[in-house]
Design a protein around this ligand. Structure first.
Ligand code: UDX
Length: 464
């Protein structure tokens, strides 16, 4: 469980007033957490319904610990939300741009239209010198372009500057990642901006000092600050695809990728994180970020050096058809050139989100595989602790149930796909009594195969 702060610092003399433009996962979490750190904060979004929800203390996303922190900080008066950009422009000394940078339709590059509209809107309403800091994940070179936009759209002579400070928050751990980050990275173009960025991050460093922790600060140039984020996500993606490629090798040789990951992970140069083989990575960041990085590298003439990222992507998406084949094998249905025919196979499908402890289904491997199974005519009954509503609107062809018991009743195959606590702790004997056939696909690689086979299950993991 993430800890809130007991007593935020009351020293506001060196605390600039902050705005966060874009109240998605990123902006909302930052706004709430910076209020918790003692800053006066305003959150801005063009989506009136979302702003209304935040302002009335309702968090429209699932993120552990954050609803309580939202309510608490609305009550302090340090946190408010608005759709009025003029209000934002008047209020804050530092404006963080936190809008989405999705993959462009039909291309691999990033769509920067939300960055452009938010910066132009804000710039037109500024009446004094402020600092605009990019936090969204962007192709390298965006910061300079944002500075040009600002220069073009602010009243003459204001001298508004652009800085950059990437974020590294992981959904389901977002509050912790903002309050207690493992590093702070920022870039400023002048002494004035550098000082302001120090003041902005002072609250995090003070909290760390109270808790006897160190938070490394890397101050760098704009291009590096932009690159740090995509480099981190590309590295993490590569680790996951690497272990998934090893899983493929384990499958054909009878090896066990979970043991392999454990064994190589003891080498501290490798580390044991992000080495869980499974159904592949998804979410609103890793897939789109590696594509955007590869596309940007191509534009800059170094595409060849990043061709491996296209392979990282390909290994990842191939998981999906591999898993469908595993389900067909478990159901004893042959896989032809057009995939298996799974008609009449009832699949209890556990998990729809891209990872546990979130309701986010963006680029979710679990949901994509469920849809493929349905396209192979399986009767797919999906249960997810928090993602049902989002999954239902994205994949209306699937059946959804509100409890695990309903999903597994009479199932021919159980697919446990997302390592929610509720699934990781499943008891093989109790579950066996509810299904029609004891066959399980462990897409999470979270179970002990011996335990399940002991209880009469045909067990299939990924790469084991
Ligand atoms: C990621 C980065 O971790 C974060 O630093 C950045 O700011 C945003 O992108 P997030 O998208 O929240 O965060 O998800 P993350 O926890 O990184 O997981 C991404 C995907 O990788 C999930 O689908 C997850 O299930 C998968 N994954 C993760 C694996 O398949 N194996 C692993 O070992 C770890």
């Amino acid at each position: 469980m993430v800890n809130a702060i007991q007593t935020p610092s009351q020293n506001t003399t060196t605390r600039p007033r902050i705005s966060f433009l874009g109240c998605g996962y990123l902006g909302a979490t930052y706004a709430i957490c910076f209020a918790e750190l003692g800053y006066e904060v305003i959150g801005y979004d063009v989506d009136a319904a979302k702003i209304e929800a935040f302002a009335s203390g309702v968090l429209p996303i699932h993120e552990p610990g954050l609803p309580e922190l939202l309510k608490k900080n609305l009550e302090t008066g340090r946190l408010r939300f608005t759709t009025d950009v003029k209000d934002v422009a008047e209020f804050a000394d530092v404006h963080f741009i936190c809008v989405g940078t999705p993959q462009r339709q039909g291309e691999h590059g990033a769509d920067l239209s939300y960055i452009e509209s938010s910066v132009v809107e804000l710039s037109a309403h500024l009446t004094r010198k402020v600092l605009i800091v990019g936090k969204s994940t962007v192709p390298v070179g965006t910061a300079s372009w944002v500075q040009e936009l600002v220069d073009r759209h602010t009243p003459e002579g204001l001298g508004v500057e652009v800085g950059w400070s990437p974020e590294f928050l992981q959904e389901s751990n977002a509050m912790h990642d903002v309050l207690r980050p493992n590093r702070i990275v920022y870039a400023a173009q002048s002494e004035w901006a550098s000082r302001l960025l120090k003041d902005v991050h002072r609250g995090i460093l003070e909290l760390a000092a109270v808790e006897d922790r160190e938070v490394p600060v890397v101050e760098t140039d704009l291009a590096t600050a932009e690159l740090v984020k995509v480099a981190a996500n590309a590295f993490l993606s590569t680790k996951i695809s690497f272990i998934n490629a090893m899983a493929d090798l384990c499958e054909v040789t009878g090896g066990d990728v979970a043991d392999l990951a454990k064994a190589i992970g003891y080498d501290q140069r490798i580390g044991n994180k992000f080495l869980r083989a499974g159904i592949g990575f998804g979410g609103g960041c890793l897939p789109k970020d590696i594509r955007a990085l590869s596309a940007r590298a191509g534009e800059l003439g170094v595409g060849e050096s990043f061709r491996f990222l296209d392979e990282v992507d390909a290994v990842n998406t191939r998981r999906r058809s591999q898993v469908v084949r595993h389900v067909a094998d478990l159901a004893e249905r042959p896989t032809g050139p057009n995939g298996p025919d799974l008609s009449g196979v009832r699949v209890a499908y556990l998990g729809a989100t891209f990872k546990p402890d979130t309701d986010d289904i963006r680029d979710s491997p679990a949901l994509a595989i469920a849809r493929r199974l349905r396209a192979c005519r399986a009767d797919v009954v999906v249960y997810d602790p928090e993602g049902l509503e989002n999954a239902k609107s994205a994949a209306p062809e699937l059946s959804f149930v509100k409890t695990l018991a309903e999903a597994v009743a009479g199932a021919d195959v159980v697919c446990a796909m997302v390592p929610w606590e509720e699934f990781r702790t499943l008891d093989p004997e109790a579950l066996g009594q509810q299904v029609a056939e004891r066959r399980i696909l462990d897409g999470m690689n979270a179970f002990d195969p011996a335990q399940w086979t002991k209880h009469g299950w045909t067990y299939k993991g990924i790469g084991r």
